[in-house]
Design a protein around this ligand. Structure first.
Ligand code: HEM
Length: 545
């Protein structure tokens, strides 16, 4: 006889019946809600053909495996070895399909980009904190296509060539700042990156790191580190709980609103100031001026979307670039052999009478290899790049349901030991012979010839790749030409630099110490000269208005 037989229930006093009801009712509700919202093999037999993957717990799936960002890189690479190039994990009701070889990335994200280019639902990161306006999180659809086209019009290869003078100028200031204040290299790299992207979009230079606008932009990115981290907020992992009271889930909506209330005034402020400058005939030539004059409303974009379009580019282009420049200094400090090899090449090609310029790029294969190795070793985030499918699909007998989170598993691809010998070592030599820029490898016919996958894939591939690569080339070649980089020495004692990333989903190095010293008086004099000429130009420009 069951414990809840009719008789036994009837024998319970009424208060116990009420208590039993209070316990059972929520359980029934949760299980019912779960069955209603979660796909399963009973309701869809095709799910028997999902790709293989690690065992998952009931309800939460692989949540504990994936909730810790810091552990994902190692697990994602190990699972690919164990389960193959396409494997499956599950978190709550969401299907996660991991693409772990260049071939499957090409076959699915590139060749079937019409259905592999959305983003997973993110009630906190996208809907509330970004008010649905941030390109990076936007699901695929008409609005996304419009904003992507606008970003492309700003960042395509022809337009990007036009920004080279901005990068050249800011790079000269970076050399000057490193010469006079090497201790604060971390912030000088951040100033450089913010200044380039804010000059391109809004026509304003960031002359010092104290500039409040630069600080605000980096604070926006910092907020993103806090709310876009998988596992940090339940609601973006289990989107269906957005319909339940937020109080049970860390008041996520209130937190998202707070982030939006921080970010939106910054972007709207920039946009409104620009409108005023254009109306008063004072706006400098820049992307946002052209964009405003083209009338975004005609494209169906409201003021908030227009402000986020420009602001989103600023945030996408700032911390990414500075994180790579700082990671480069970290790896260079840890291995002076790299610095010596690069300097041998620079001294041979560029010499001591001039400094590296754009024209040198093709003649500096080792520098190019350093940049590729940097991107291979440190993809931009710890969790892989998340796309989402908008249709059901089949791949080599495996079922990929509509709405799956499809992950570009760069930790498996960039670290594949069958392809990259000793993948955990920083060895630029492995890229000698890879003579094309990263943008060319993105579209290369044989996927196994791709250099790395750190700019993403398919229709969402990084539109800023040309600007980013130019910044990395110019600054890394100039820094190596001008300075020696080594571990910090204090009273003759060598200090190991801190090799750790900032907590959160992005791969940003934690601030660390290293020694950056000019190679000779001749180099120092040349840096003084080029910056004094460049700053005279800036002053003249300011006078002209
Ligand atoms: C080394 C620096 C950079 C790296 C490694 C990088 C990498 C990436 C990656 C992996 C994505 C997602 C691609 C995907 O979903 O498959 C992305 C998106 C994006 N990046 Fe970059 N990026 C860098 C710099 C830049 C710069 C300088 C800009 C702007 C000037 C920029 C603008 C964007 C934008 C707007 C998106 C959103 C694209 C979309 O969802 O449609 N990025 N980037």
């Amino acid at each position: 006889m069951g414990i809840f037989s009719e008789n036994s229930l009837l024998q319970l006093p009424p208060w116990q019946l009420v208590v039993a009801g209070l316990i059972v009712a929520p359980l029934v509700f949760v299980v019912g809600f779960w069955i209603y919202t979660t796909p399963n093999t009973l309701t869809d037999s095709r799910r028997k053909y999902l790709p293989p993957g690690p065992k998952a717990l009931p309800f939460i799936g692989n949540y504990f495996d994936l909730g810790d960002n810091e552990a994902v890189p190692r697990k994602a690479a190990a699972w690919a070895k164990q389960y193959g190039d396409v494997f499956y994990t599950k978190v709550g009701g969401a299907d996660y399909i991991w693409l772990s070889s260049p071939k499957v990335v090409k076959d699915l994200m590139d060749k079937k980009s019409a259905i592999y280019s959305s983003r997973p639902p993110a009630p906190l990161a996208s809907d509330v904190a970004s008010a649905g306006r941030r390109q990076l999180f936007m699901p695929y659809g008409p609005r996304y296509r419009t904003v992507r086209k606008i970003a492309h019009s700003l960042l395509n290869i022809t337009m990007s060539t036009g920004y080279q003078p901005v990068q050249d100028l800011e790079s000269k200031q970076l050399l000057f700042d490193l010469l006079h204040d090497p201790e604060h290299f971390y912030d000088h790299n951040r100033r450089y990156s913010a200044s380039v992207i804010i000059s391109i979009t809004y026509g304003h230079r960031i002359a010092t790191w104290d500039n409040p606008l630069a600080k605000k932009v980096y604070q926006v990115v910092n907020n993103m580190q806090n709310y876009a981290s998988p596992g940090m907020w339940m609601v973006d992992t289990f989107p269906s709980i957005q319909h339940l009271p937020q109080i049970f889930f860390g008041n996520w909506r209130a937190f998202g609103k707070k982030c939006h209330e921080h970010d939106a005034p910054i972007y709207l402020g920039l946009w409104n100031d620009l409108k005023k400058e254009v109306q008063e005939g004072k706006a400098k030539q820049c992307f946002c001026k052209d964009f405003y004059q083209s009338d975004p409303e005609k494209l169906g974009l409201d003021t908030l979307q227009a402000a986020y379009q420009c602001g989103g580019l600023v945030e996408a282009g700032s911390e990414t670039t500075s994180a790579y420049l700082n990671t480069f200094l970290l790896f260079a400090a840890m291995d002076e052999g790299i610095v010596k090899k690069a300097q041998e090449e620079l001294d041979r090609v560029v010499g001591f009478e001039r400094y590296p310029t754009w024209e040198d790029e093709e003649k500096l294969p080792y520098i190019r290899a350093v940049i590729k190795e940097l991107l291979r070793m440190r993809p931009p985030n710890k969790i892989g790049m998340h796309h989402a499918t908008t249709e059901d699909d089949w791949y080599e007998g495996m079922f990929i349901p509509k709405g799956s989170v499809v992950i570009l598993n760069w930790w498996a691809i960039n670290y594949d030991p069958d392809r990259w010998e000793s993948p955990h070592e920083f060895k630029p030599e492995r890229y000698l012979g890879y003579d094309l820029p990263a943008a060319a490898y993105i579209n290369i016919a044989d996927p196994n010839d791709r250099d790395h996958v750190s700019y993403g894939a398919g229709r969402r591939v990084c539109p800023g790749v040309h600007v980013a690569e130019k910044s990395l080339f110019l600054n890394i070649s100039r820094i190596l030409w001008a300075f020696n980089i080594s571990k910090k020495k204090v009273n003759g004692e060598v200090k190991e630099p801190l090799n750790a990333m900032v907590p959160g989903w992005m791969c940003i190095p934690q601030s660390f110490e290293c020694d950056i010293t000019v190679r000779s008086d001749k180099h120092a004099k040349m840096i003084e000269k080029i910056w004094s000429e460049a700053s005279a130009e800036i002053k003249l420009d300011e006078k002209r208005g």
